[in-house]
Design a binder for this molecule. Structure first.
Ligand SMILES: O=C([C@H](O)CO)[C@H](O)[C@H](O)COP(=O)(O)O
Length: 185
């Protein structure tokens, strides 16, 4: 297949993913972000990279948002929210993190394919994503892509859509947000 055909196949997979998104869950996540003091986002591997891009845009919107694990990330406290992105919902480091957050008393949101997973069951708020988890266990037909690629792409686009919802709600625009963009690059 030509590269452009693979590209189109990926876009078709993402098109189907958009149709499968749950609007109510997305709206609840936006409300929870608005209501929280600090917002922490966590994920491992490629899911973690998508999580970091979300944190960056939240910072551009003026939110007190952090990626877990950075040297400058502060304490999680009981009025805070942690958003955990995990396709499988079983990544061990994230489960421990959720347990710690639970013991502190803050809220846990989980963006995952696997709502019945350990993380899914621990979460106060779940956003279910379409797609296949990275082990692609069973006879999966959702994607031609390896491992969790479709989930990770969906995550990036979902988070960008959440940013647009937030911007609409708060009357923000790109120009204002660019005022907070790093200028020591
Ligand atoms: O890096 C990853 C891998 O390349 C899968 O495509 C995953 O994002 C990482 O292993 C975390 O997994 P999940 O917690 O199941 O998202």
């Amino acid at each position: 297949m030509r590269t452009a055909e693979f590209f189109r196949t990926i876009l078709n997979e993402l098109d189907a993913a958009a149709d499968a998104l749950n609007e109510k869950e997305a709206a609840e996540l936006v409300e929870k972000i608005v209501a929280s003091n600090k917002i922490f986002v966590a994920g491992a591997g490629r899911s973690g990279l998508m999580a970091k891009s979300f944190v960056m845009r939240m910072m551009h919107m003026g939110l007190d948002a952090y990626a877990v694990g950075e040297t400058t990330t502060p304490q999680f406290e009981d009025n805070d929210l942690i958003i955990i992105a995990s396709g499988s919902g079983e990544t061990k480091s994230l489960v421990s993190m959720a347990e710690k957050a639970r013991s502190i008393g803050g809220s846990i949101a989980c963006v995952t394919i696997s709502t019945d997973s350990t993380l899914g069951k621990m979460a106060d708020l779940i956003v279910k994503m379409p797609g296949a988890p990275k082990d692609q266990f069973g006879d999966r037909k959702e994607t031609i892509q390896p491992m969790g690629s479709l989930f990770e792409q969906t995550l990036l686009l979902f988070f960008d859509a959440v940013i647009l919802k937030f911007m609409e709600k708060k009357g923000l625009d790109s120009k204002t947000m660019y005022g907070k963009h790093a200028n020591l690059e």
